[in-house]
Design a protein around this ligand. Structure first.
Ligand SMILES: Cc1cc2nc3c(=O)[nH]c(=O)nc-3n(C[C@H](O)[C@H](O)[C@H](O)COP(=O)(O)O)c2cc1C
Length: 221
């Protein structure tokens, strides 16, 4: 972030930006518009602008939500990484659909994304795993994500176990096959721009299939 952007962020104190924001026209490609908005969120000084809520639904129809980090996106979809045995992963494997939500409060913007879910390739997961800090890679082995622990010591003992186990391999921590990425392939992306008097702008892009054209419509706030 530049010094100007830091000052702008400090001055606005979460009340909005000093500069005029470009308005969506409803004609943009939604991936390009998302890219523009994510870059604006990064420039605004928001901590972890790539953090997003993901909601999944169990096979019993019970929804649950949690934050994850967007690690990649392109016209194929939005990618995050997790433990394939976690609660969310069980939901995503069984139900196959998810929704994402970004809220960039200082910009008064929200993006809602819905679509089906697929695993990213093992090569892609492995490449991202290898890029992570060593502690995070050992941590992935040590955490049986979403399982009940007796106490903190149990988790730390598991971490120590893998630290010792991989002590001989230096930085070459093996890739755990129970860990990797999911891609949400969107069929709906809604951009929400806060406006005065609750007359907010909402543009929803939707498509029937991944290869078909996007339709856009303005929604009432
Ligand atoms: C800002 C933030 C970012 C997070 N990023 C991730 C992530 O990228 N992947 C992940 O598995 N968990 C991430 N977590 C932890 C999840 O919110 C959650 O606790 C964990 O994935 C277990 O969820 P589950 O039991 O519903 O599967 C993050 C939490 C926060 C607060």
């Amino acid at each position: 972030m530049s010094i100007f952007q830091k000052i702008r962020c400090a001055i606005t104190l979460g009340q909005g930006v000093l500069l005029e924001l470009p308005e969506p026209t409803g004609q943009e490609d939604p991936f390009e518009l998302f890219d523009t908005w994510l870059e604006a969120a990064k420039d605004s000084g928001i901590i972890l602008p790539e953090s997003m809520n993901i909601s999944s639904v169990s096979s019993q129809g019970r929804p649950s939500s949690r934050m994850v980090l967007l690690k990649d996106f392109d016209t194929h979809g939005f990618v995050f990484f997790t433990n394939y045995q976690s609660r969310k992963a069980q939901d995503l494997e069984q139900n196959g659909f998810a929704s994402l939500n970004f809220h960039w409060n200082i910009l008064q913007r929200q993006v809602r994304i819905e679509g089906r879910v697929e695993r990213v390739s093992v090569e892609e997961s492995k490449a991202y795993f290898d890029s992570r800090a060593k502690g995070s890679r050992i941590g992935a082995w040590a955490s049986h994500q979403s399982k009940v622990l007796a106490n903190r010591e149990e988790l730390e003992a598991q971490f120590k176990y893998y630290q010792d186990k991989f002590a001989q391999v230096g930085n070459e921590i093996p890739y755990p096959e129970f860990w990797g990425g999911y891609r949400i392939v969107p069929d709906s992306i809604e951009f929400w721009q806060g406006k005065a008097s609750r007359l907010h702008d909402r543009f929803r892009y939707h498509r029937e299939q991944p290869q078909t054209a996007w339709q856009v419509e303005r929604l009432s706030p």
